[in-house]
Write a protein that binds this ligand. Structure first.
Ligand code: SAH
Ligand code: SF4
Length: 479
């Protein structure tokens, strides 16, 4: 039956415009799946997310498309017909993790011939990685990049009909395809892309190469999506961009990020609004003011500092200094006293001296971060820093351990400061460690565990914080 389908004719009849073209292919895949089901095809899929919130959001889009194509989700990779990975390549260990996982799938593939294992995301934007997968993993049948995630149905259709490996990776694209299906992980919270790509070219970072130049979505499209989420019952929305502060710079006369944030915060019924990530170089007073005047904007700012040394920051191309970073922190803390500040720090950037590292420790102590993600510098092929003189591994490792203990020390100073208070919690799930207990989050992103019925999941509750356990609290429902 499949052989009777003329792929050429199907492609010729496809609409040229998006998203109509993709809906056309979703219908074609659905027809195919219906035929295959008569021959015993289960039409089960899995999407495995590796990486950041952008990658998770891509995963939701892939799931939405697969469901629209007639597939249903499974959690068992032995019982799976389409298994897709959204990959990360920001550090080398992300690549290694993917290779390990794909390597172990050989047995599943051999047991279930016809299974389509596909890889998309940042790693696929690197030619060497695509070549490596082609050479070592012949059973990977589908590969596409970050610029054509929206084309899953079209590519999957080709792979299903031809049975051949299908690869399509674009170097960059200006196209933003709106209104495709997307399947949220949680019904009560969702994320919304406000921009794609990045123009900053921090010298260690591969993101601008694999995600392309910055492209902002139209504010009206973003608002429409947010309003729809709230109408669907979402209490919390996270706005996503590599640097939300430069939102709109690529659209003449565009709404600015503070204006956009304000407009979204004022959607009736939206209880909590978050955003990621805010580059310290262009976080404006206007943004701080919008947060201050909108209690439903989360009291949490992730402000990646990367290094505390002005000299290193300069070589990283970050466009701020140790002093200006600390001034910004003080300004935020003064205007938003209940804010929690978190950060990213890279240890062992090429040329980092002991004095540079001491500056990083100094900023960690002065900024009193609530928590910090600490990374060992990872050399990324094609980035300027890959050609700088590298710091020996043993020195980096030793600095990393020292940094970790200072981070732990300083975040301990903030611990427990809210004990006794009654605070609003968005209840997210059952507590993994204690039956009859639930887990939720405060506005400042801290986790809280407390006793309560499952029916509260997906609602806002007042909880009295009774005990601090470092990174999380125990509490009790306060009615
Ligand atoms: N757009 C975000 C960061 C995205 S990458 C921002 O500018 O904040 C997330 C984090 O990974 C970065 O903040 C940085 O700390 C880390 N990172 C990026 N490239 C890295 C590399 N080559 N080695 C180690 N850590 C890196
Ligand atoms: Fe990478 Fe810098 Fe862009 Fe963040 S701002 S994605 S660290 S280049």
């Amino acid at each position: 039956m499949l052989n009777l389908i003329d792929l050429k004719e199907v492609i010729e009849n496809a609409p040229v415009e998006e998203p109509e073209r993709q809906f056309y292919f979703m219908d074609r895949v659905k027809e195919l799946v219906a035929i295959k089901k008569q021959e015993g095809y289960a039409a089960h899929f899995m999407v495995e997310v590796m990486g950041c919130q952008m990658s998770a959001k891509d995963g939701e889009k892939l799931k939405g498309i697969l469901e629209r194509c007639g597939y249903t989700e499974t959690l068992d990779d032995w019982d799976c017909d389409v298994l897709l990975f959204t990959t990360c390549t920001v550090r080398e260990n992300a690549n290694e993790k993917l290779y390990g996982r794909v390597g172990r799938l050989k047995h599943q593939y051999e047991k279930r011939r016809g299974m389509i294992i596909g890889i998309t995301g940042c790693m696929m934007q690197e030619h060497d990685e695509v070549e490596g997968i082609c050479k070592h993993y012949p059973y990977v049948k589908l590969m596409f990049g970050t610029h054509n995630i929206y084309k899953l149905a079209e590519l999957l259709y080709k792979a299903l009909i031809t049975g051949k490996r299908t690869i399509e990776v674009l170097d960059d694209s200006k196209l933003i395809v709106e209104n495709l299906p997307s399947e949220r992980k949680y019904r009560f919270k969702g994320s919304v892309n406000i921009s794609y790509g990045c123009n900053n070219f921090c010298t260690y970072c591969i993101v601008p190469y694999v995600r392309g130049r910055e492209k902002s979505r139209e504010a009206t499209d973003i608002l429409k999506e947010c309003e729809q989420l709230v109408a669907d019952g979402c209490l919390e929305i996270t706005l996503l961009g590599q640097n939300v502060n430069s939102y709109g710079n690529d659209i003449p006369g565009s709404t600015s990020f503070p204006e956009l944030l304000k407009a979204v915060a004022e959607i009736p019924g939206l209880k909590r609004l978050r955003f990621m990530t805010s580059n310290p170089k262009d976080l404006s007073d206007e943004l701080i003011e919008v947060i201050r005047t909108h209690p439903n904007i989360a009291r949490h700012i992730h402000l990646p500092m990367q290094s505390g040394s002005t000299a290193v920051l300069k070589r990283m191309n970050r466009h701020y200094t140790k002093e200006s970073y600390l001034e910004l922190v003080e300004k935020i803390r003064k205007t938003l006293p209940d804010v929690s500040l978190t950060t990213d720090i890279i240890v062992g950037f090429p040329g980092e001296t002991e004095d540079d590292f001491q500056d990083t420790l100094d900023v960690v102590r002065l900024a009193r971060f609530d928590s910090a993600y600490t990374f060992i510098y990872s050399k990324r092929h094609g980035t300027p820093a890959a050609d700088f003189e590298q710091v020996p591994e043993d020195i980096v490792k030793e600095r990393f351990d020292r940094l970790l203990s200072v981070v732990q020390e300083t975040s301990r100073e903030n611990e427990g400061s809210d004990i006794g208070k009654i605070m609003e919690v968005l209840v997210e799930e059952q507590d993994q460690n204690q039956t009859g207990h639930l887990t939720g989050r405060l506005s400042n992103n801290t986790l809280v565990h407390f006793e309560g019925p499952d029916s509260l999941i997906g609602t806002m509750q007042n909880v009295r914080l009774t005990e601090s356990k470092g990174f999380y609290y125990f509490g009790e429902l306060a009615g």
